[in-house]
Every structure is written in C-alpha cells, then in structure tokens.
Design a protein around this ligand. Structure first.
Ligand code: NAD
Length: 290
C-alpha cells in the first residue's frame, strides 16, 4: 500500500487559523497585536521569496508585519543598529533576520544581538541553552513544524526509534533535542523518543536509518533517502528544499520511498508551510511572554 501523505499545507493552515483566532481575541480585548519585524539584507532571490511568504502569512493571520531592507553593502554595524532599534520597539514582538547574510557580516554576532525575548527563530544561544536544558522559551520553527506534523497526523513519538539525518543548528540538532527529551510541565512537546542523529561522518548510515520508526531527512541532498534506507511502514519526514532543473525536490526519493513507508511528507507542501505556521505561533508566544 502506498504511504499516506502527511499534508503539511493543510496542517499549517489549521495552525494559522488557531493563531488567527487567538490574535483576533486579543485585539478585540484591546491587548497588544503581535507583530513580526523581518530584516532582509541584500537581494538573495530565495530569501526574498521566504520573507514574502512569511509576511503574507502574518497578514492573513492578523499579525502586524514590517520589512526592513538593508543593501548587500551594508556594514555589520548598520545591521546591529537596526536590530537595536527593533529590540527597543514595544510594537515589535518578534524579530526575524533572514539568513544567509552577506559575507562581511558575522552571523553569530547578529544572532546574539537579537533580544532573546524576541528571538522567534530560537537561534540565540540563550534560547538554544534553555531548549537543551529542558526549559525552552521558544522552539525553533522547522523542528517544531516537524513535531507538529507527527503529532497532528496521529503518529506517536514516545518510545519510538527516530533517526534524524543532519546535525545542523537550524534543523537536525534542535529537532533531536525536542524529540529525545523528557516531557514536563515546562516542556510538554518533548518527545520521549530514542533519537539517533546521523551525518556526513556516520558509517553505514543506511543500516541505521533502516531501524527508524520515524525517519527525518534534513540533509540538503536531492533524493538522498531511497527505499533501501526505510523500514517498511515507517513515517518519513522530508525537510529538504533543493532545486533540480528548476524543480523543487526534497531529500527523499518520493517515488521509491512511498512504496515502503507508512507515511510520507511531500515536497513542496510539506515541512515548508509548517515552518511558516510555527513562526506565527512563536510570534504570538513572544507577545504573551514579554
Ligand atoms: P546544513 O547543510 O546546515 O546541514 C546538512 C546536514 O546534513 C549536515 O549535518 C551534514 O552532516 C548532513 N549531510 C550532508 N550531506 C550528507 C551526506 N552525504 N551523508 C550524510 N549526511 C550528510 O542544512 P540544513 O540547514 O540543516 O538544511 C537541510 C535541508 O533542509 C536543506 O535542503 C534546506 O534547504 C532544508 N531546510 C528546509 C526548511 C523548511 O522550512 N522546509 C528549513 C530549513 C532547512
């Protein structure tokens, strides 16, 4: 039987509707409207699209959104000054600095300049530390999106063998932290699963992947995961966004894996829209905690 599709677009739409309902209620009660300030440096076409989609989603859900543009030639200090202004602006609940930044800028220093209370991407070391310690302030958007896809598809996480391919700070590492930790009042999303992270340095990666009840691919290599790496009936989540001959493809070879897996998230309309939905969720959360 072919794998069931995990419809990221539909799940994201329901999360956005939930956020929109809370925002409308807040605004009606005269409370502060959540607002996201996006910062775009330079003219990377992919970043333009990402920021446009994020702002559109904010507007649809009733969040305020602002776009601040800096030229590719801007100095690091220009960007730090802008972030300082946004940190101090009470109307701005969340700040998103779209990565990558031009070469002359130190990404780490920029991430550290964003107020941890407005760090809706959950990239600031303080927020990464809180997540690692089991008391998260925010959960990063893409990993939280993967978590929500599983939960809202009725795929249980606790006790499962999960393999995450990729150890990046944006996806693989924080996702592993979410899925493996013990659920508590401070961290109800924690997965309580057994998580293995595999990466470029892993020996015999396919045989480790074949053990997984849930396999998450965040590799950045088109069609990296093939049917031989998948345990029959497993849930496979494809985080990858790759362009091949102008076509968007994921890290999973959909055609072969769909015949083996129990569930499969497509690309496009899988994790991508979930990332945006969780950004809205985090912006609302930022308004509530500050
Ligand atoms: P990254 O390049 O920072 O990390 C990739 C990871 O994959 C690394 O840890 C590396 O060790 C591992 N890897 C790469 N090649 C490998 C190989 N041949 N064998 C084993 N491991 C290998 O990438 P990232 O930021 O984590 O993103 C991963 C993918 O997810 C990309 O396609 C990216 O575009 C996509 N992405 C999607 C979203 C979304 O919203 N859908 C968000 C972030 C990233």
């Amino acid at each position: 039987m072919p794998a069931l599709k995990i419809d990221g677009q539909a799940i994201a739409a329901s999360i956005q509707a939930e956020v929109a309902a809370v925002v409308a209620e807040r605004v009606q009660a005269g409370r502060r409207q959540p607002g996201l300030a996006a910062v775009l440096v330079g003219d990377n076409p992919a970043s333009e699209v990402y920021v446009r989609n994020k702002r559109k989603a904010c507007e649809t859900a009733g969040l305020a959104s602002w776009l601040h543009r800096l030229p590719a030639t801007a100095s690091q200090q220009d960007l730090l000054d802008l972030i300082g202004t946004l940190n101090g602006d009470p109307l701005v609940s969340g700040i998103l600095v779209q990565l990558p930044l031009p070469k002359q800028m130190d990404e780490g220093a920029v991430i550290r300049a964003v107020s941890p209370l407005k760090d809706v991407d959950c990239f600031h070391p303080e927020n990464v530390g809180l997540l690692a310690a089991g008391h998260p302030r925010f959960l990063p958007c893409t990993p939280l999106g993967v978590h929500q896809m599983l939960v809202r598809s009725g795929i249980s996480i606790a006790g499962k063998q999960i393999v995450v391919i990729g150890r990046s700070n944006i996806v693989g590492k924080p996702l592993a932290l979410i899925l493996m930790q013990k659920p508590t009042k401070a961290f109800p999303e924690a997965g309580d699963a057994t998580v293995t992270v595999v990466h470029r340095g892993t020996r015999d990666l396919p045989s480790i992947c074949r053990q997984a009840d849930i396999l998450v691919a965040a590799v950045g290599v088109p069609r990296f995961v093939t049917a031989e790496m998948v345990k029959p009936g497993a849930a496979v989540i494809d985080v990858g966004i790759n362009s091949v001959d102008g076509k968007l493809v994921g890290d999973v070879d959909e055609a072969s894996v769909a015949a083996v897996a129990g569930w499969l998230s497509p690309v496009p309309k899988g994790v991508g829209p979930m990332t945006i939905a969780m950004l809205l969720h985090n912006t609302l959360r930022a308004t509530m905690i500050s």
